[in-house]
Ligand binder design. Sequence first.
Ligand code: M6R
Length: 358
Amino acid sequence: QKGGYDTFMQKEMHEQPYVIKETLRAHIENNLAMPELSGLDVSKINQIYFVACGTAYHASLYAQYLLRTWIDLPIYCISASEFRYGNYRIDENTLCIFVSQSGETADTLAALKLSKENKAQTLAVTNVLGSSLARLSDFVLYTCAGPEIAVASTKAYTTQLVLLACLCLKLAALCNGDVENKYNMINQLKQMPEVVEEMLQQEDKMAEFAKLLTNQKDAYFIGRQLDYLSVLEGALKLKEVSYVHADAYMAGELKHGPIALIEKDTVVIALATQPSVAQKTISNILETVARGAKVILITSKNQNAEGFDYVIRIPDVDPLFSCIPATVLLQELAYYVAKEKGCDVDKPRNLAKSVTVE
Ligand code: M6R
């Protein structure tokens, strides 16, 4: 059942090139992003909400970032557990997009019901055919991740990222958005299976870096812009499978408080893959180095990383997609810390695969 791998989590990480390819095959046609949305009344939409929990919430933050870059409408991303109680102004001119691997998460379903009561158009992005979310939403798009057994989401997340990228390209086209180099974007997405494969081949290096964290109680993840969204997911993954307390910070926020926690040998995992802000992140990292931190740096091919001991580089991809290879590296890091500590990687304590109670 585990296909020769030690754990389901490892198997599922290694399935990513294949399931990403399948997801792209389902949603790209003739070099156009083609998620099926017939019947959606785009002319009515004056705001878009993404609503989800956990890892699916992180995927939704990515979609929010893309749409905010490409279209001129207010785009929100709210955790489903907050959405119900937050007095959001949902009406018939709102498109609510719910993202959920299982399609059964109680908070996400409750948010969907509330949106329907308020007459919003509703769209589900899910991995499970016929799930409650799929049945109750006006429109459904499926990721093609196949069954995900490990509690920690890996392949469901990266398939959500690529499907949401396709969806955002399509919404941008429908809303007369401004996407620079649209065809190049599609071509880049099509290369993601190979890019992810390349990252999986870096497994040994991440396993080596993971040793830095085995005896740590805390870890700090930092990044800016899209890198911040990736570190949120990286920190969640590390917490849930290895029980190392992990916090993710916007790199620029460090000096507003968290830097007080950095001391000799604290481990900082830094992402600097966004050319427009990478140098600023590097300056923030140097501030942690000056206080004795050990830094694992994930960065792009051309970034100068002189002076850093633990550096790993992602392939050349459009910065809007670098979160996909970066995420795979962060999954590997979390996985090997957990393995090294002897944790039950597939069934972390206190967690359920699908959270069907509030
Ligand atoms: O099935 P869902 O995508 O709705 O689940 C949402 C979260 O419970 C889930 O992503 C959780 O955070 C994972 N354990 C993360 O690895």
